[in-house]
Design a protein around this ligand. Structure first.
Ligand SMILES: CC(=O)SCCNC(=O)CCNC(=O)[C@H](O)C(C)(C)COP(=O)(O)OP(=O)(O)OC[C@H]1O[C@@H](n2cnc3c(N)ncnc32)[C@H](O)[C@@H]1OP(=O)(O)O
Ligand SMILES: O=CC(=O)O
Ligand SMILES: [Mg+2]
Length: 576
């Protein structure tokens, strides 16, 4: 029997497994074929520069592969994005996410995800970060057990930066990776023993404007996944590892099903065993918190658990409940993991994952080392320690750090409190995260000081992003796309609901414009006139201000920002 036929039968059989009616959206039949005629290269245009290095990663075969995945799955992705909008309408009309009646049997029946590969059993400390060459080497050498190479929250996806990232990961997998920093002259080399590599592609919402199939930009998620998978999956398996991923910003189990279909097709096309892919889903949207079991179930052949993407989760809480006047957030600084709704969500992640035999990963403390004051640094590190201690005691099987200097701090705490490779066997039947608990509005003050900080952080982050930098230290905290989203949605929410601030002032668009003008003036002084005028501050401030005062809350800050970022490079088609 041919491989294609065997696989077709496998897929068809899967549709009649228990809960088969959930699989009412089979793969398009042309996805079963890997015939070159289905992916004629002439209908693929690449709008970014194709240097020799870029061509080495985007070979004609890789282009065919990615285009085929896009043809198979972009239409369904479009439907799922439209579904998000329809759901949001329900929430805007007073509804809220809830546990699904249709999938109760999945939540209530006993099943487990497929066994995990050996190199993913112990994930007690994972470092995350952007994919430039120095960072990749530093992260892999950092002593963390896993490095999550990030094309999402900490990356501004310029064409060259995205492809450089893919080249860096390919070279890291080959093993002989070096780098000489032109600024410092320092040289870097990958150690023999280094962290296990996981890759986070962009979320379903972002397009890749430089890769056009049949006249349309393809989803950035398919581009990042496809290029990485095509170039590295076999090499990773040959080394005893595998193609491992983090999947961001999903809002339903139907989106997880789509990823599962992408994995099944990709593995089939390269002829590698089904189940080779492993993926950890970030639970970082409010709707997804109500579908944790279902998400694991959809990905059960490919799952490596769930993770608490706490920053996007806060952003999503604001976004989802945008019209609910009783859910207006307090200052972002007081929305910590001990707020009841955050605690309920993180504990439900642990309970759900352990019941299904898989890791429940913790999240990111935003503190980073402070070089200018020992006292301030000690206080910041204490916060990181407290956060990691709560995580390990609650039952998380590992955690995230943003910086190599935090690896040992997190390792010490997990080593002390987690003697085995993980604590998946530790069940949490005591956790009862009700709908009410997951939705409970956080309490705390709304201050003018936070409003001003939101303006400063939001604008400076966007300024960096428009310059191609996706993660920056600001006022001693790590700031990335998720934390910047909190800044601008918090401002929008406060204006929209005319929040009363601690100074007694009712916030309106007019008073916000005055505050923005004052803060931008201060910022100009802080960074200096020259840096201010040569940077992207004016553009960033205009975008931040427009999105904060729009009648409708925009879906993602990075969508309009990406149009600006890519307009500089997505121009004439490159010769293929
Ligand atoms: C909400 C979420 O999604 S969280 C996940 C996304 N966010 C992240 O991954 C955060 C990643 N972290 C970072 O990008 C950085 O740590 C920043 C931007 C916050 C701070 O960066 P810097 O100001 O360069 O830090 P600093 O100067 O202290 O760095 C010291 C060294 O550590 C390296 N380093 C810092 N962070 C990382 C990292 N995450 N991975 C690898 N190396 C790192 C630097 O490259 C530098 O190396 P060098 O000494 O060889 O030159
Ligand atoms: O991706 C992580 C988050 O906190 O957001
Ligand atoms: Mg996130």
């Amino acid at each position: 029997m041919s491989a294609t036929l065997t696989w077709r039968i496998a897929i068809l059989t899967q549709q009649f497994l228990p809960f088969g009616f959930l699989r009412h959206l089979p793969l398009p039949i042309h996805c079963f074929s890997t015939s070159k005629t289905m992916v004629a290269q002439q209908s693929v245009s690449i709008l970014g520069p194709m240097s020799e290095a870029n061509s080495s990663i985007l070979s004609p075969e890789c282009i065919d592969f990615v285009a085929h995945l896009a043809r198979c799955f972009a239409p369904r992705r479009d439907q799922l994005l439209a579904r998000r909008k329809a759901k949001q309408q329900e929430y805007d009309n007073g509804g809220a996410p809830k546990f699904l009646e249709d999938t109760r049997h999945i939540r209530e029946s006993d099943w487990q995800v497929a066994p995990l590969p050996k190199d993913l059993l112990d994930r007690r400390v994972e470092i995350t970060g952007p994919v430039d060459r120095k960072m990749v080497i530093n992260a892999l050498n950092s002593g963390a057990l896993v490095y999550m190479a990030d094309f999402e929250d900490s990356t501004a996806p310029t064409w060259n930066g995205t492809l450089d990232g893919q080249i860096n990961l390919r070279d890291a997998i080959k093993g002989n990776m070096t780098f000489k920093d032109p600024k410092s002259g320092k040289t870097y080399a990958l150690k023999d023993k280094h962290a296990v590599l996981m890759v986070r592609p962009r979320g379903w919402h972002l397009p890749e404007n430089h890769f056009i199939v049949d006249g349309r930009p393809i989803p950035g998620s398919i581009f990042d996944f496809g290029v990485y998978f095509f170039n590295n999956a076999k090499a990773l398996l040959a080394k005893g590892s595998g193609p491992y991923f983090y999947l961001p910003k999903m809002e339903s189990h139907l989106e997880a099903r789509l990823w599962n279909h992408v994995f099944v097709t990709a593995q089939h096309m390269l002829g590698i065993p089904q189940g080779s892919v492993k993926a950890t889903v970030l639970i970082e949207t409010l709707p997804a918190a109500f579908e944790m079991d279902e998400i694991l179930y959809e990905l059960r052949q490919h799952s490596a658990g769930l993770n608490c993407g706490r920053w996007d989760y806060i952003f999503s809480y604001i976004k989802t409940l945008r019209t609910h006047a009783d859910c207006v957030m307090p200052d972002r600084g007081v929305v910590t993991m001990t707020q009841p709704f955050m605690l309920a969500y993180s504990q439900l992640v642990i309970k759900t994952c352990h019941r299904r035999g898989v890791h429940a990963m913790g999240g990111m403390a935003a503190q980073i080392p402070i070089k200018t004051s020992k006292e301030a640094n000690d206080a910041a590190m204490e916060k990181v320690k407290a956060d990691k201690l709560r995580e390990v005691k609650d039952g998380h099987d590992g955690t995230w750090v943003a910086h190599p200097a935090l690896v040992t701090i997190a390792l010490d705490i997990f080593n002390q409190h987690m003697k085995e490779a993980n604590q998946i066997s530790k069940q949490r039947p005591d956790v009862r995260a009700s709908e009410q608990a997951l939705l409970a509005a956080p309490q705390g003050p709304r201050t003018e000081a936070t409003l001003r900080t939101n303006c400063l952080v939001g604008v400076q982050y966007l300024e960096a992003w428009l310059g191609g930098l996706g993660c920056v230290p600001l006022y001693n905290l790590m700031e990335d796309a998720a934390t910047a989203e909190i800044c601008r949605t918090q401002v929008w929410q406060w204006i929209h609901h005319e929040a009363k601030l601690d100074n007694g002032q009712i916030l309106t668009a007019a008073s916000f414009h005055n505050i923005m003008a004052e803060e931008m003036q201060k910022l100009k002084q802080e960074v200096g006139e020259k840096r201010f005028t040569s940077g992207n501050f004016t553009e960033a401030a205009e975008l931040f201000e427009r999105m904060s005062t729009a009648d409708e809350l925009g879906d993602f800050l990075t969508l309009p920002a990406y149009e600006r970022l890519s307009s500089k490079t997505a121009k004439a088609p490159s010769k293929l």
